[in-house]
Design a protein around this ligand. Structure first.
Ligand code: IVH
Length: 720
């Protein structure tokens, strides 16, 4: 050890490190800093003095200055605010906590309104009232009241499961957050935003700085860092406030309109987002948006846009949700904030699917309250269009929590002799050829599974929040494990404990690593064990197949139901003229390109081998069990229970009178049905509207049940 520097290559000058040594040292330093942050902030028990801590920080800064690719988003040098707290109990939300879709342009708002009108089949002269209110930038929170008493407060977490912050929230004063409600339903969950005013934020930072503690980057981080404190005494000291704007589980309706519920919230003593306006057209919404944008600087707190919501709650219910956001609301964001800075270098990042992304290494600059030192340059076409060169002065922009972007170059300030950037034709990580297929914008490394960069990104995706979500195995730890060769495939995660107990060849046991102790190792293994069972949709998503995001994974899980069924179908689909492939492309929203990508994934021998070990093999012989158990897909409970169309396949054709096509499809899916695009023997019902064509004929030919619009309505209305 050199002072407190970890025992790695600390005796070497940073400039003498090889890339591998730098990566290993970086991982060790990051873990050490995380450890000391925890000791300092959460346990209030620092193990080293400030000078020693600063030495760790300086060393990691130096490593990153020489090896900028190590400066990932989760590096301690990029982290703002308090260290993330561990140790909160989990709370499962009875009603998911969703996010909002975004509108950036006025045309997005016009489209949003048009979409709602179409979905609801509103006549041209029918009114559509919308509420518009500011969008506060804080941390969303769900407050559960039973018999009028606050019993539980939870963060959003991943939307399904958050953290129990009841004790922290109880420290917020009654003016901002009433602990009891008069005349409330037996169960009511009030949802809103915990935030900090600009003044309170400034004062808090002054106090923090004076005490030599972390200074927060912006009020949002300060609010989040203050709530998520294991030591409630710290939260009590922080000036937090709360706005109520929506609700979760309720045992009785709160009103008939959004504005009615707002009034109810106000009666209960909650503060609301103001100014709110009831608007009747896109023009009125936009007028309110412009008013708020102009007044924005005079508000006591930061806002990042305006939220529009359909006022009628029965319509909200009909509109429902797509994936993670309601169809009945949207966040209209303010334009991004911009700053000028120097582009020091252009590096190449290799992603999970091999995509080569040019990344701008920037002279650090503050944009919208956050220090930005890297920004994506997207791809070579974008690079060519913007003609960004090393040494250029560039305009950096950041909108909300969106990744920073480079919007342009200040040409007058271009250094003499600056050269155009050429995209490499080989992968900087594994040296394989990097090719750009005709008609595509992205150049990809062809190294596939042999490319360490791809493997690492895949692993990070595999354990990420919406996939296996293994606590304590975040991106940085995964990176460390991968760099040291102890986890190179997903299977390795599940054999880690065994191998650790038997002893690694080149490394001491985990418990002896810097930043790790017997307790954290035990916790990690427990967290891994907890994920040996995983729902099908998460499993499909975790595989990281190109184009298959969360929504598609869920769709596939719903259609195929179980892992063996899905796998068998994907293998059978290798024949593009066969029935299995047709069935796949028949799924609404799965196009040919996506289908081919999925099928290719299941065809690849290494992937098949991995899947056999991971989830078990059917094969020719006896089926074998896998390391993990993939649970059959369970449709999220829509409250619909068993319905006559659960599990059935429905095709809609022709135009319907009382319901738009998207609404019909959404209703069917909510009741547990699959909606397909074309009729086959597997179709259970074909619902025909006016002017139905060949699909109706085909249905009759195949003997599939044909329903009129009226029959269809009767069938689903019985469910209401
Ligand atoms: S309504 C179904 N209203 O912004 C979700 N959300 O970016 C309905 N937010 O998840 C949310 N101000 O945490 C709503 N006035 C407001 C809001 C607001 C801030 C947050 C909320 C949401 C996030 C989406």
């Amino acid at each position: 050890m050199t002072g407190t520097l970890p025992d790695t290559y600390a005796d070497k000058d940073v400039s003498d490190l090889t890339a591998d040594e730098a990566a290993a040292e970086h991982a060790v330093l990051a873990a050490a800093i995380a450890h000391h942050d925890r000791a300092y902030y959460q346990q209030d028990a620092p193990e080293i003095d400030d000078a020693e801590y600063d030495a760790l920080r300086r060393r990691i800064e130096a490593v990153e200055a020489w090896f900028p690719e190590l400066r990932t988003a989760d590096s301690p040098t990029q982290r703002v605010g308090a260290a993330p707290a561990a140790g909160f109990a989990k709370v499962r939300h009875r009603v998911a906590m969703l996010s909002l879709g975004n509108a950036f342009e006025e045309s997005d708002v016009v489209d949003f309104i048009a979409r709602i009108r179409r979905f609801l089949s509103l006549a041209d002269d029918a009114g559509l009232a919308m509420i518009a209110e500011p969008k506060v930038d804080g941390l969303s929170c769900s407050l559960r009241y039973e018999d009028g008493v606050l019993v539980r407060a939870a963060t959003r977490g991943d939307g399904q499961e958050g953290e129990d912050i009841t004790r922290n929230v109880q420290t917020i004063d009654d003016h901002n957050l009433p602990k009891t409600l008069k005349d409330a339903p037996a169960v009511v969950e009030i949802r809103g935003e915990i935030y900090m005013t600009r003044n309170d934020f400034r004062e808090l930072n002054e106090r923090q700085a004076a005490a030599g503690r972390t200074v927060f980057a912006n009020p949002r981080n300060a609010a989040a860092g203050s709530v998520r404190q294991l030591d409630v005494a710290i939260t009590r000291d922080r000036p937090l406030r709360f706005f109520a704007y929506t609700w979760g589980e309720i045992s009785a309706p709160l009103g008939e309109t959004q504005s009615g519920v707002r009034a109810r919230f106000a009666d209960w003593g909650f503060a609301l987002n103001e100014p709110a306006a009831l608007c009747h057209s896109a023009e009125e919404l936009l007028a309110h948006y412009h008013r708020i944008a102009e007044e924005r600087a005079t508000y006591a707190y930061e806002i990042d846009g305006v939220v529009y919501k359909v006022d009628r709650l029965d319509w909200q219910e009909r509109l429902g949700y797509v994936s993670r956001a309601p169809r009945w609301a949207i966040a209209h964001k303010f334009p991004a904030e911009q700053a000028h800075t120097i582009l020091n270098n252009i590096s190449i990042q290799v992603g999970r699917t091999g995509a080569l992304t040019p990344v701008a290494e920037l002279e650090p600059v503050t944009v919208g309250g956050v220090v930005v030192s890297r920004a994506t340059l997207h791809n070579e076409d974008e690079m060519a269009r913007k003609d960004v060169r090393k040494g250029d002065t560039v305009i950096v922009q950041r909108a909300g929590d969106v990744i920073p972007q480079i919007v342009g170059v200040v040409l007058e300030r271009r250094p003499v002799g600056a050269e155009r950037f050429e995209m490499p034709d080989h992968c900087p990580d594994c040296g394989s050829e990097a090719v750009r297929p005709v008609g595509e914008v992205v150049r990809r490394c062809t190294g596939g599974l042999i490319c360490p960069a791809q493997a690492k990104e895949r692993l990070k995706h595999f354990v990420s929040r919406d996939a296996f979500d293994i606590e304590g195995l975040g991106g940085r730890t995964m990176e460390q494990f991968h760099n040291r060769g102890i986890v190179t495939t997903p299977v390795d995660i599940f054999t880690l404990q065994d191998r650790n107990e038997r002893g690694f060849k080149d490394h001491p046991p985990l418990g002896n690593w810097q930043g790790w102790g017997p307790k954290s190792v035990k916790k990690l293994f427990a967290a891994i064990d907890e994920r040996r069972r995983i729902p099908l949709d998460r499993f499909i998503y975790a595989l990281g197949i190109r184009h298959v995001g969360q929504a598609t994974a869920r769709l596939l899980a719903r259609v195929y139901g179980t892992w063996p069924a899905f796998r068998a179908a994907m293998e059978a689909a290798a024949d593009p003229d066969g029935a299995a492939f047709r069935e796949l492309t028949d799924i609404d929203q799965i196009g040919r390109v996506m289908a081919e990508e999925i099928v290719a994934f299941f065809h690849e021998p290494h992937n098949r081998e991995l899947l056999d070990t991971l989830a078990g093999a059917a094969g020719d012989g006896e089926p074998t069990a896998g390391i993990v158990t993939v649970e059959p897909f369970e449709a999220p409970d829509s409250g619909a229970g068993d319905t006559p169309i659960r599990g059935k396949t429905i095709v809609f054709t022709g135009s319907m009178e009382t319901m738009s096509r998207p609404e019909a499809k959404a209703r069917a899916e909510m009741l547990g049905a699959k909606v397909a695009g074309s009729v086959s023997k597997k179709t259970d019902f074909v619902v025909v509207g006016a002017d139905a064509g060949s699909k109706e004929a085909k249905a009759r030919e195949l003997g599939v049940t044909v329903l009129s619009e009226e029959e269809w309505r009767t069938m689903i209305d019985e469910q209401a």
